[in-house]
Design a protein around this ligand. Structure first.
Ligand SMILES: NC(=O)c1ccc[n+]([C@@H]2O[C@H](COP(=O)([O-])OP(=O)(O)OC[C@H]3O[C@@H](n4cnc5c(N)ncnc54)[C@H](OP(=O)(O)O)[C@@H]3O)[C@@H](O)[C@H]2O)c1
Length: 258
């Protein structure tokens, strides 16, 4: 990759007001991109926009609750009006609601709450963005997944992943993995690269209530592999789950088992 190669490109990161998403936005801005910082809360989104203003590029807060179809439509309309295309979409927004609740105590409403963001939101945002991605020379979509969504690891009795029991979150990320592959297949002919990524086990608000307290990576470290994938050009893979299945996340060249 040559310095300045991505200057002028346009990126959207959902849930970019904090955690891994904010650090992804920071790094893409440092590449000279115009970065839309998607956030569902205006005050938090504006605060991130202010914080990232010095990162380089052109950072713009974009009101975006991924579960709100009207807001998704308005967000994409604004990007179209201002930038005319989209080069990178990072589906980062994600939630967990079930810390401390066993699999047998989960309600359908809790499943819905998590799927609304982690699965349905990704589909809504992706489909709304496809027309703008088609206008890019090297469009790529990066979906923030997790080894907790890996059926291979969930069925490996010796693996700690198999004992976590996070029913809504794990199954939503397994669904997201299937969504990733289906979009990769559907968009291959358009040259749109679609991949899932494991950022590693990162200490953020998402897992602050985890009884395991075993997240050791910083959000900045968690952004490394997603950003590497977001910066790949036409030689990028598509339909892959990358970043290594271990807690350290690893490398963009290491696959996570589906
Ligand atoms: N942390 C880890 O160890 C880890 C590991 C594997 C995968 N991941 C994935 O990485 C992604 C980022 O997680 P994180 O750890 O950085 O979590 P985080 O710090 O809790 O950030 C999550 C972001 O998603 C936003 N969000 C939640 N619901 C939303 C909605 N309806 N519309 C738009 N934005 C919404 C949050 O906004 P608010 O501030 O408004 O709540 C926040 O900006 C998630 O997809 C997560 O599953 C994380």
């Amino acid at each position: 990759m040559t310095a300045g190669q991505h200057r002028g490109e346009v990126a959207l990161v959902t849930g970019a007001n904090k955690g891994i998403g904010k650090e992804i936005a920071r790094r893409l801005a440092a590449e000279g991109m115009t970065v839309y910082v998607g956030a569902r809360d205006e005050a938090r989104g504006r605060a991130a926009e202010r914080e990232l203003a010095g990162a380089g590029g052109d950072v713009r807060f974009l009101p975006l609750d991924v579960t709100d179809d009207d807001q998704v439509g308005a967000a994409v309309q604004r990007i179209e009006g201002e930038a005319g295309r989209l080069d990178v979409l990072v589906n980062n927004a994600g939630v967990v609601v079930e810390w401390g609740i066993p699999v047998t105590g989960i309600t359908a409403e809790q499943m819905r709450q998590v799927y609304e963001v982690n699965v349905f939101g990704v589909v809504a945002v992706t489909n709304a963005c496809v027309p703008l991605l088609r206008k890019s020379d090297a469009p790529r979509i990066v979906n923030l997944s997790s080894p907790l969504g890996s059926l291979h690891l969930l069925t490996d009795e010796g693996n700690p992943i198999a004992t976590r029991g996070l029913l809504p979150y794990s199954s939503s990320k397994a669904a997201l993995n299937a969504v990733t592959v289906l979009f990769a297949n559907a968009l291959r002919e358009d040259g749109i690269r679609v991949n899932a990524v494991n950022p590693g086990l990162v200490a953020t608000d998402l897992n602050a209530r985890s009884p395991h307290r075993n997240a050791t990576r910083t959000p900045d470290q968690g952004a490394e592999v997603p950003v590497e994938l977001a910066l790949m050009g036409a030689d990028a893979p598509t339909g892959a789950f990358l970043g290594d299945g271990g807690p350290e996340g690893g490398s963009v060249h290491a696959v996570v088992p589906w």
